[in-house]
Design a protein around this ligand. Sequence first.
Ligand SMILES: [Zn+2]
Length: 87
Amino acid sequence: MTQEPVSDEVCTKTEGWDHDDIGKRIEKRVTANGTYYNELIVNVFCQMCGAEFIGPSREAGGFLGGHECLHAWEFNQVLSRDDGLTE
Ligand SMILES: [Zn+2]
C-alpha cells in the first residue's frame, strides 16, 4: 500500500476552519491536551442526524464518536430503557 500525501497545502489557521480548508494540513496545533503535528483538515458528517463537521482529524473522530454515543443513548431511550448509556 503506497501512501501519497493528500495535500501539500498547509493551513495556518488554528480555529474557524471551513470548506476551503478541507484537505489542508495543520503543521502544528497546540491544545490544552497536547500538541498535534501534521493533522489533516477533514469534512465528516453524522449519518444519523446530518450534523456536519470540518476540522482536524482528531476532532473529527471525537465528533463522530460523540454522535455515535449520543444516538446509541437515544436509541436505548426509545427502547424504554431507563438505565442510560450502558454499553
Ligand atoms: Zn448525529
